[in-house]
Design a protein around this ligand. Sequence first.
Ligand code: GAR
Length: 218
Amino acid sequence: MNSSKVASIVALISGGGTNLQAIIDACASNQLNAEIKAVISNQADAYGLQRAAKASIPTEVIDHALFKDRPSFDRELKRRVAAYQPDLIVMAGFMRILTEEFIDPFLGRIMNIHPSLLPKYRGLHTHRRALKAGDKEHGCSIHFATNELDGGPVILQATVPILEGDSSDSLANRVLEKEHIIYSLSIGWFCEGRIAMRGHRVIMDGRTLHKPLMLDDL
Ligand code: GAR
C-alpha cells in the first residue's frame, strides 16, 4: 500500500457495528488516512447499516439465505466488493464463513477481528468458552483472513483480565473496548504500507513477525 494515498476500504458486517463505528470515527478524525467506500451486510437489520448511513457511507445488503450454497454467495459478495476496488476489506463482526471464492481474489487484503487470543477459541462463543475453561485472561486478535477459519496470521492482540463474577456479557464488553483500539491501529499500519501478508506470515516494517504484537507492548 502506498502510504501517501487515501486507502479505500470496504467493511463487511452482520450486526451492531461498534467496530465499524470505531473505524468510521478514526477516518473522520484523520487517525486513519482512509475512506470507507461501502458497508456490506448479510443481514438486512444489522444496526451497523444505520451507523454507515449516518456517516453517509453507501450500504448494500446481500442476504445469504437467498443463495443455494456458500460459494454462490461468496461469488456475489466478491463481485459487489470488487466494484469498489478496495485496497483493504475489513470484516467487522461479519458472521459468515467465507470460501476461497471470496478469499483468494483478495488474499492479503482482508482483515478480520476475532474475540479471543488466537489460536485459542476459533469460531463462536469465545467468551463463554474462556470462562468455562477457567482462563485468567481473555482478549481479541486482528489477523489477515485466509481460507482457514480464524486461522490467518495474527497481527495484533490485546488482553483483558477475567474478573471474579464475570459473565459472558461483561467480559465481551471489556474485550470490545480493546477491539476498537486494535482494529484502527492495524488498519492504520496497513494503510501506511507498514504491514503486509507474505505466505502465512505478517511482515511489519520489512521484518517477519514471529509472534503477534501485543497492545500493551506498543
Ligand atoms: C465483535 O466482538 C467481533 O470481534 C465479533 O463479533 C463482534 C461484533 O461486534 N466477531 C466474530 O466473532 C467473528 N468471528 P460489533 O458488530 O459491535 O463490531
